[in-house]
Design a protein around this ligand. Sequence first.
Ligand code: CTP
Length: 410
Amino acid sequence: MLPAHPLSGKRVVLGVTGGIAAYKAAVLLRELQKIGADVRCVMTPSALRFLGRDTMSALTRQPVPSDVFPDDADISESWSRHIHWAEWADLVLIAPCTANTLAKITHGHSDNMVTSLVLAARCPVFLCPTMDGGMYEAPATRMNRELAKELGFQLIEPDHGYLASGLEDTGRLPEPHEIISRLAGFPGFTDYKPLLGKKVTVTAGPTREYADAVRFISNPSSGKMGVAMAVAARDLGAEVTLIHGKLSVPVPAGVSAVPIISAGDLFEAVKAQHEVTDIFIMAAAVSDFRPKQRALHKVKKEGAAMNIELEPTPDSLKWLGENRLDHQILIGFAMETENLIPSATEKRKKKKADYIVANSISGDASGFETDENEVHLIGPLGEPASYKGSKEDVAFSVLRAVFGNEVERG
Ligand code: CTP
């Protein structure tokens, strides 16, 4: 049986503050519940303008207080709720945490249920600073972020991307799975770190093989599965290097990134990691062919040849299989449109990998550019095991399945 999620059974108080990202807190709450956390919710009065109290109350089956002294409740019962809930919690998570609440928390204010509960908490408190425009980099906010770290709060940095104002900047609330994986990776919450002390190299995303200055052969890989594998390896204790083509998601925190463009670059980067890597996870969607010639400038229509001569690219996984060091473990991926299991089983043997994670790209809900995936883990022993769900969950399941058991090479 797989070990439980590190947050399973943990008591979480989710504090929601008044930014537009508050609407995402309901999904975050559901995701926390799905992995077995017992969640209660508190909201600031301004959060109530973005998200209904009743929504969070129905989901948690608990009251959702916003004031320490509510107008409409029996004070004798509720006035010390900020203390009791703070004592009850194993962790407090403020998501989103506005610039205003960050400023209040770092200066000891206790003027509403969220700030009072944070002040009373003795457990780890995680803050997700989430704001728009120049607010995140404003000198005052920057100072408060530094102060928050000094005071022992755990900061989960925001993503860069499109903000509600229409600007593109840093300040987006990270996706629920990324927040949860940061919580799960907190050393205090789990001693299940089977990859502690291990160096893991993950490849992710597509390669580009240029024919001239602007045209290239590629594929629609988003890199999400490889990034999810990197996050899972990081959270299971590994030191992770991510060799990646163009990604549609950010490089996760706590992971060293090596950007590459072509299959040739990927091969060089993999070889550079060879001596120092214990586990390779090869999730990149590598182009098998590249144009034999690359024109320096954009080729003009007039007089252009109608054929592009191709040559094979180096196969990094195959090279690793043939040059493997004794202690190394190789996990490859196989994208297939037909004969999924037989083809992937054959690929495992041909490339001398320990495991192949096989996924079909023929369905709508798995493969390129999706958030969900269904994979089959083909190893040296027994029948393939199947995992289905978000790419993050699938990545965790695969690594736990592999590193919960001794690897025997076949
Ligand atoms: N791979 C690699 N270098 C390549 C091609 C593939 O390292 N030049 C790795 C992929 O990252 C993956 C595995 O090999 O882990 C299988 O990739 P896939 O594209 O499914 O298989 P191919 O070997 O390219 O075989 P085919 O395209 O014929 O199915």
